[in-house]
Write a protein that binds this ligand. Structure first.
Ligand SMILES: Cc1cc2nc3c(=O)[nH]c(=O)nc-3n(C[C@H](O)[C@H](O)[C@H](O)COP(=O)(O)OP(=O)(O)OC[C@H]3O[C@@H](n4cnc5c(N)ncnc54)[C@H](O)[C@@H]3O)c2cc1C
Length: 397
C-alpha cells in the first residue's frame, strides 16, 4: 500500500497539505499526503467565501467548476440595522463549493506526483536514531508503517501532530472561535452580495454571515468567541435564534449542518522542530478578524514545501535550519496578521452602541482595509471622536 520510505509525509489534505505536497512533488521529492477523512473536503467546515485577491495570493488558477456564485459586494449590518455597503466594480470573489475546491487542489498536487491517500490517519510518529521518522498509519482499519525524512503537519485546527513531534502549538481557548454553519435552501437572499451581521446579542465576539450559493441557497453561519457569549448558548444556538427571527430565513430548508473551531490569533513565533514544519490552521495561520483561512493555509503550505525542498537539498533538516520558515512566514503574512489580531482584540470589546457609531462613520473601503491589517490609525482616529472609545482606540496604535 505504501512505500517503505518517502522524502516527505504530509499529514492532512486540506489546502495547506495539498499545497505543501504539490511543491514537494514539483521538486521531485517523493511525497505522501495522508488524509484521515474518507473524502477530501468533506464534511466542509467553512463559510466558503474566497476573495479574488486571496486566490491571486495563492497562485491557484481560477476554475469555474468550484464556483457557486460570483460576489459583487457585501453589506455589513450594525446591531441597530444600519448598514455599510462594500461595492466592487465587478466580481470580487466567490462563494465556492469547498468539497469541489479542496478536491481540485488535491488533483493538482497528485498530477505533479504527490501520492494522496484518503481514509489514512497518521496515528504515530517516532524520530529514529538514523534521523528519520517512523510513521504509523491506519488506512481503512488496517495498520501500516512507513518512514520519512520530513513531516509537514497540516492537520488543521485539532492538530496533534506537532505535539507528538515535540512542538507545543496548543491554542488558548480565547484564540479559537466557535463556528457553526448551515447550508440553507428556499430562503430569500440577495444572491450577489454577502451579508454580515454584528452585535453582542447576535454573535458575541464575532459575526453572522449569509454567503449566497444560488438565487435561494446560501451558506449561513456564525463565529462567536469565548468569553463573550452566554455560557448556556453555543454558536449553533445563536445561529438558530437569528434564523428564527428572520422571516426570509426561518422557513428555509437545512441541507447541511456543520460545526467547527477557527484559530483567530495566538500566532506562533516558532513553527518548526527537527524533521517538522507546521502549516495552515495547525500553525494558527488563519486571518484573526474574519476567520478566513483557505488562502492563508495554502500560502503557509506552499512556504513549508519550499523550505522542505531547500532543506533536503542541503541535507539539513534540523530545527535550526528549518527556522528560516518562521522568518519567511512572518515577513510574508505574520506581521500583517499580528495587526489584524490587534484589531480583533479591539473589535470584540465594542459595545452595540459603539458598533452603531462606527457604522455611521466608516465606508466599505475602510472595512476592507482594516480586515487586511491596514489603516488601523484611521480607525483609531475615528474611534477617538467618541470619549468612551478612546482607551480602546489607543490599543490600535
Ligand atoms: C465554520 C467555519 C467557517 C469558515 N469559513 C471560512 C471562509 O468562508 N473562508 C475561508 O477562507 N476560511 C474559512 N474557514 C477556515 C478554513 O476552513 C480553514 O482555515 C482551512 O480549511 C484551513 O486549511 P488547513 O489545510 O490548514 O486545514 P483543514 O482544511 O482543516 O485540513 C486539515 C486536514 O487534516 C486532516 N487530519 C487531521 N489529523 C490527521 C491525521 N492524524 N492523519 C491524517 N489526516 C489528518 C483533517 O481530516 C483535515 O482534512 C472557516 C472555518 C470554519 C470552522
Amino acid at each position: 500500500m505504501f512505500d517503505a520510505e518517502y522524502d516527505v509525509v504530509v499529514v492532512g489534505a486540506g489546502p495547506a497539505g495539498t499545497a505543501a505536497g504539490k511543491i514537494c512533488a514539483e521538486h521531485d521529492l517523493s511525497v505522501l499526503v495522508l488524509e484521515k477523512r474518507q473524502e477530501i473536503g468533506s464534511p466542509k467546515r467553512c463559510g466558503e467565501g474566497l476573495g479574488k485577491n486571496s486566490l491571486g495570493r495563492m497562485g491557484v488558477e481560477f476554475n469555474s467548476k468550484w464556483v457557486t456564485r460570483e460576489i459583487i459586494g457585501a453589506t455589513c449590518y450594525a446591531p441597530n440595522g444600519r448598514f455599510v455597503r462594500i461595492n466592487y466594480d465587478g466580481p470580487e470573489g466567490w462563494v465556492i463549493e469547498r468539497k469541489v475546491f479542496d478536491k481540485e487542489l488535491a488533483y493538482q498536487a497528485s498530477k505533479v506526483g504527490a501520492r494522496i491517500v484518503a481514509k489514512a490517519e497518521v496515528t504515530g510518529l517516532v524520530r529514529a536514531d538514523d534521523g528519520k521518522v517512523d510513521v504509523s498509519i491506519n488506512y481503512a482499519g488496517t495498520p501500516y508503517k512507513t518512514r520519512a525524512k520530513m513531516i509537514i503537519a497540516c492537520d488543521g485546527v485539532e492538530t496533534k501532530i506537532a505535539r507528538i513531534m515535540g512542538l507545543n502549538t496548543t491554542m488558548k481557548l480565547n484564540d479559537i472561535a466557535q463556528g457553526a454553519q448551515l447550508e440553507m435552501s428556499n430562503i430569500k437572499i440577495d444572491p450577489d452580495r454577502i451579508e454580515l451581521y454584528f452585535g453582542n446579542d447576535i454573535a458575541p465576539g464575532g459575526y453572522i454571515w449569509i454567503f449566497p450559493k444560488g438565487d435561494d441557497v446560501a451558506n449561513v453561519g456564525i463565529g462567536i468567541r469565548h468569553p463573550y457569549g452566554k455560557e448556556s448558548m453555543c454558536a449553533m444556538d445563536y445561529l438558530m435564534r437569528f434564523i428564527e427571527s428572520r422571516p426570509e430565513l426561518k422557513d428555509g430548508s437545512i441541507i447541511e449542518y456543520n460545526t467547527g473551531g477557527v484559530p483567530v490569533g495566538g500566532l506562533l513565533e516558532n513553527m518548526v522542530a527537527d524533521n517538522l514544519i507546521v502549516a495552515g490552521d495547525a500553525a494558527h495561520h488563519t486571518n484573526p478578524i474574519h476567520g478566513g483561512g483557505i488562502a492563508e493555509a495554502y500560502i503557509g503550505g506552499k512556504l513549508a514545501g519550499e523550505v522542505v525542498v531547500d532543506a533536503l537539498l542541503n541535507k539539513d533538516i534540523s530545527a535550526k535550519y528549518l527556522s528560516k520558515y518562521n522568518k519567511m512566514w512572518w515577513d510574508l503574512r505574520g506581521s500583517k496578521m499580528k495587526n489584524v489580531e490587534k484589531l480583533r482584540k479591539v473589535a470584540e470589546k465594542l459595545k452595540d452602541e459603539e458598533l452603531n457609531f462606527l457604522a455611521e462613520e466608516l465606508s466599505g473601503d475602510d472595512l476592507v482595509e482594516f480586515t487586511r491589517g491596514s489603516a488601523l490609525k484611521k480607525l483609531a482616529t475615528i474611534m477617538m471622536k467618541k470619549p468612551g472609545m478612546i482607551r480602546l482606540a489607543k490599543e490600535l496604535l
